[in-house]
Design a protein around this ligand. Structure first.
Ligand code: A2P
Length: 203
């Protein structure tokens, strides 16, 4: 909830007007939502499953990796931790966030206002003129020492949300980082899954 204590539901919507190849098309759900009038009644059902619940014990760390509207759950998790900052419960937050440019990044303003000691934010922009194309997996590789430490920290939970295509790139980055730091990703991944420390929601 964006406002604690209210019956709010917040969505992160990008209006789809073209497909991945750039051919004009109208996304059914995003256009329906974007065209709603203020005060309109909407039928809502869900949630389904419990795959993206955040750890709620003090001291837990969260490694968040997302592109575009995949930032929605990360927004919820960082906001909750921001509200609880005064409790000094410990744990680290790391965010890797990919978008075409800063203008296309949901929550850019609010993210920039978060205290630096709350969350370590790493942006990857893919379409900024005269800058090299960067994806989240490139940023993850740059931060290999921290990522290797977090992956092997029993108190760190990993969340990946956004474009389907990023799954493979992130997996390859994790594999290389583990090798670089004397760990074995093939063995670590099943452990993470068994301990409910690895959550993936891509589309
Ligand atoms: P790209 O500029 O190559 O499309 P979108 O705005 O379409 O939701 O995408 C969010 C971000 O995810 C964009 O920067 C996009 O880059 C990037 N992206 C696209 N494919 C991949 C991939 N395979 N791995 C990581 N990021 C990707």
């Amino acid at each position: 909830g964006e406002r604690p204590g209210y019956n709010n539901l917040s969505l992160t919507v990008k209006r789809v007007t073209e497909d991945h190849e750039g051919t004009p098309t109208r996304g059914v759900c995003s256009n329906y939502l974007c065209d709603l009038q203020k005060g309109a009644q909407v039928q809502v059902c869900g949630p389904y499953g419990s795959t993206f619940l955040m750890p709620n014990h003090p001291g837990s760390s969260i490694l968040m990796i997302c592109t575009g509207t995949g930032s929605a759950p990360m927004r919820a998790m960082t906001e909750r931790r921001r509200r609880r900052m005064a409790l000094k419960e410990g744990g680290e937050l790391f965010l890797f966030f990919g978008a075409r440019s800063a203008n296309e990044l949901p929550y850019f303003g609010p993210l920039m206002k978060l205290p630096k000691e709350l969350v370590d934010i790493n942006f990857a922009f893919s379409r900024v003129p005269s800058q090299p194309k960067q994806y989240v997996q490139d940023k993850i590789r740059e931060r290999h020492a921290d990522v290797a430490r977090l992956l092997q920290d029993e108190n760190c939970y990993v969340y990946i949300c956004g474009l389907k295509g990023m799954e493979r790139g992130v997996d390859e980055a994790f594999r290389d980082i583990c090798r670089q730091h004397g760990a074995d990703w093939e063995a670590l991944l099943p452990t993470l899954k068994r301990q409910s420390r690895y959550h993936v929601e891509t589309y």
